[in-house]
Write a protein that binds this ligand. Sequence first.
Ligand code: FUL
Length: 465
Amino acid sequence: MTLDEKLIQVVPSDRQLKHQQMEFYAFIHFTVNTFTDKEWGDGTESPDVFAPDGLDVEQWVNAVISAGMKGLILTCKHHDGFCLWDTKSTKHNVMNSPYGKDLVREVSQACKKYGIAFGIYLSPWDRNCPIYGSGKTYDDFYIIQLTELLTGYGEIFSVWLDGACGEGENGRKQYYDWDRYYSVIRRLQPDACISVCGPDVRWCGNEAGHTRLSEWSVVPLRTRDTEKIMENSQQEDNEDFRRRINASDDDLGSRKALADESELIWYPAEVNTSIRPGWFWHESEDDKVRSADELFDIYIKSVGGNASFLLNLPPTNKGLIHSSDLDVLKKLGERIRASFSDNLAEKGSITADGKVLDCLLDDSYDEFFMPKGRTAEIMIELPCREKLGHLVIKENIRCSQRIERFIIEFFDDGLWREIYSGTVVGHKRIVKLNGIMSDHLRIRITDSRCSPTVSFIGVYRDTEA
Ligand code: FUL
């Protein structure tokens, strides 16, 4: 078997395929830290501090929807061990706080009501639990919590297993029984993806919002090593870490990088970052909300770079998303919708070797383009010259990730001019067209694993003022 034949055998599971189509979804970090002005609680906080006086989970969900996000992952328990649901595992929970209601239930129901997916973050590291570090006894405790969350709150799309620290100041070290956690998740929520310290979704390796230029989905098995993921995760509460980009391991999956790897997996990337410097709300950061421009850029590079985008929104101590964040989310959603709503290729034509490829207008995997050779040339003719904003191209990832190199050109003044040359397409590549004027574009796939596939092409006007 050739290397290419081996590589294209690696394909997503159905749950990964579904997850990749989510593209953009929210994190909500909310716990005692919101009231103590901390990023990492130490587990000694009294439940009495958890007293939001205007909490409105529907406001959260509507903010998420306004930005165009399709799901929400809630910190049901962060490192401080305070549980936001009515758990039998510990008294350190929301029912014993002034709030007194099962918040996980409220959030999961609001997600259901408004039609977005719901996911859970359950920190393995627990600084409150007295048996943390005891081995199997702690695993039993963690499994009780997982089981409650996976059985009591409807369908869960993501179980986010954080690799941060794992050893409290008191030095208790827990060796998590990950395989046991995974098997409980698989049994109780077979469609849920397990992210970060899990087998389904790969942490991009930073918290800054940075996506590699080539974010491959077919990567070596060793990238799933939980010990390594934990080592690279946040080891101390450190603001710099949250904006640091680790430039090592830049090429995880080109043909060259995979040539000597014996075991390969489908492990698509997720980019997670916060709308503010911190993961939790701090009044002092109310004027440090990232702009819609900055978030749009992260969106283009992540969702448009074969990764999914998990954007954190921290509710305030009132239990509401702050108006500054709301404003940015609304602007971001409007910009995404305006940028990708009118596919000009629908009014023109897409052809390869003179054959019309109407199937590429329909964003589904059922019909797609697969030429015989390793290369292909796709022509896109638009009805008239337009100022162009973005081009979107997608592979049929059911057939793996095959494109290794491609070039986008536009016709201008009697000449073909190159505007982009890149590697990964995968689930989706968004190429910025920077406001060029043209009525003709050409996609040249110059190298692929066996033969390439293309399942969708979109060309959009420049909608910037
Ligand atoms: C990190 C945690 O330590 C942060 O508090 C936050 O939850 C982030 C998403 O993951 O590793």
